[in-house]
Ligand binder design. Structure first.
Ligand code: FAD
Length: 415
């Protein structure tokens, strides 16, 4: 069996950044395994601009952004395999992959980085009521059909869910000549970035209905209409509020789920993000297995995925040199108003800066983000507004980190 120091599973933004960082830190024997026929992951189909504002201080399309990393992969002579799917990993880091040329192959890795991205929630996952007809499609699939294969998925379209992909598809489909009738969102607030609401809906006079969802899908063969109903605070439909909308296509933009089946197969402890529980170096609770990007928690902005990939690459490089902090773990807990935080634990002998990434439970204005340990405030930062769709971050330098001796709590505090 071939020995490889570091196997990176998934060649999207997270996997490529992890590979480049690990190589920069001296890991030469590494391999990226990617199941598609190109590197770059989901960004290959994101032909709109808005990528790279943090990373490159310029606005790039998805393919332009990813190409900068593909170029580095080539310049640094980092090995990768395309059209190759990893089918299994074991706790002792045996990786099984298969492709048409090699068949099924097993390699022994010293460390693994999981960067397999995420998948979209489907009609079945949200128990969409009504007929089972054609014309119901997820936003990412509609994006792939249009931007990669050149197919328009419909002419009169309703979009369910105001996540960023749905908003971006509302604009894209309108530009291609389809009529986007409305976007309907079950929550009382949008789940997309404010800039996408303005640029993708308001600029094209596409209405956004909040606190409304699809109460019935009607169609024999192809979709004919959807019924939208208002919902109460418990998200139950309110009788008498039905709106019938004739349409041929319903696009679902109702959430992304980290793609973690390989980690689940080895009983990796998971968190509320539906990704693995990790330390500040993106190491899971399984020794030598790291994870990053949408496979760890769903990101709205790719620049932060790249950054997290670097962290995992750095962590894996330290691990391979036996330099990863190994002292006892201190848990990081959720306080008032916080729905999740990454990392979920930190090492007590860590000597590096740590960025905590988290989301709030609901939109909130004029708040402090407080980080405390042992009832002592370590950091307190004012934010004029926080919304669940935008990942929030607090960076603590190594001097502040050294003050942490027991459980860390991240919470919101009103002004
Ligand atoms: C549809 C969509 C639109 C977006 N639009 C924007 C935007 O406008 N602006 C912005 O900043 N961000 C946007 N984002 C967010 C950002 O682009 C993504 O969060 C980021 O690109 C995710 O990178 P990743 O490497 O974690 O995942 P991915 O890019 O999904 O990469 C994961 C890779 O792993 C591979 N893989 C999975 N399983 C296996 C396996 N078993 N074996 C081998 N390979 C495997 C997949 O084929 C894929 O290439 C968007 C995200 C999505 C999903």
């Amino acid at each position: 069996m071939e020995n490889i120091d570091l196997v990176i599973i998934g060649g999207g933004s997270a996997g490529m950044a992890a590979a480049i960082q690990a190589k920069k830190e001296g890991v030469d024997n590494l391999l990226i395994i990617e199941k598609m026929n190109v590197l770059g992951g989901i960004l290959n189909q994101c032909i709109h601009n808005g990528f790279g504002l943090t990373e490159f201080k310029e606005e790039l399309t998805g393919p332009e952004y990813l190409q900068r990393f593909v170029d580095q992969i080539h310049q640094m002579d980092i090995h990768y395999k395309l059209n190759t799917a990893v089918t299994n990993i074991s706790k002792d880091k045996v990786v099984t992959f298969s492709n048409q040329e090699d068949g099924s192959v097993t390699v022994q890795a010293k460390a693994i980085i999981m960067a397999t991205g995420c998948y979209e929630r489907s009609a079945g996952a949200i128990q969409l009521p009504g007929d089972r007809c054609s014309g119901i499609i997820t936003a990412g699939t509609a994006q792939k059909y249009l931007n990669i294969h050149g197919y328009l998925c419909g002419k009169r379209i309703v979009i369910l869910g105001s996540g960023d992909i749905g908003l971006i598809m509302a604009r894209r489909l309108t530009l291609e000549g389809a009529k986007v009738i409305c976007v309907s969102e079950i929550m009382p607030y949008s789940n997309g970035l404010n800039r996408n609401i303005a640029q993708c809906l308001n600029d094209y006079q596409i209405p956004l209905y909040l606190s409304r969802s699809v109460s019935r899908v009607i169609g024999k063969g192809r979709l004919e209409k959807v019924v939208l109903s208002a919902v109460d605070e418990k998200l139950n439909f309110i009788p008498g509020t039905e709106m019938e909308i004739p349409c041929d296509t319903l696009i679902l933009s109702v959430g992304l789920i980290p793609y973690v089946s390989l980690l689940e197969n080895i009983d990796t402890p998971m968190s509320s993000t539906k990704g693995a529980i990790v330390s500040e170096h993106m190491e899971t609770a399984v020794d030598g297995i790291f994870t990053c990007g949408n496979c760890l928690h769903v990101h709205d902005v790719v620049d932060f995925v790249t950054d997290e990939g670097r962290l995992a690459g750095h962590g894996a490089a330290l691990y391979l040199k036996h330099l990863l902090p190994s002292d006892k773990s201190i848990p990081v807990s959720l306080g008032e108003g916080i729905s999740y935080v990454v990392p979920q634990n930190i090492k007590s002998d860590n000597r590096e800066d740590i960025t905590f990434k988290f989301r709030v439970k609901k939109p909130i204005k004029d708040v402090y983000i407080v980080v405390e340990s042992d009832h002592q405030v370590i950091s307190k930062i004012f934010k004029p507004a926080l919304i669940p769709s935008e990942m929030a971050m607090v960076k603590l330098d190594s001097q502040k980190i050294s003050q942490i001796k027991s459980e860390v709590v991240i919470r919101l505090e009103g002004r």
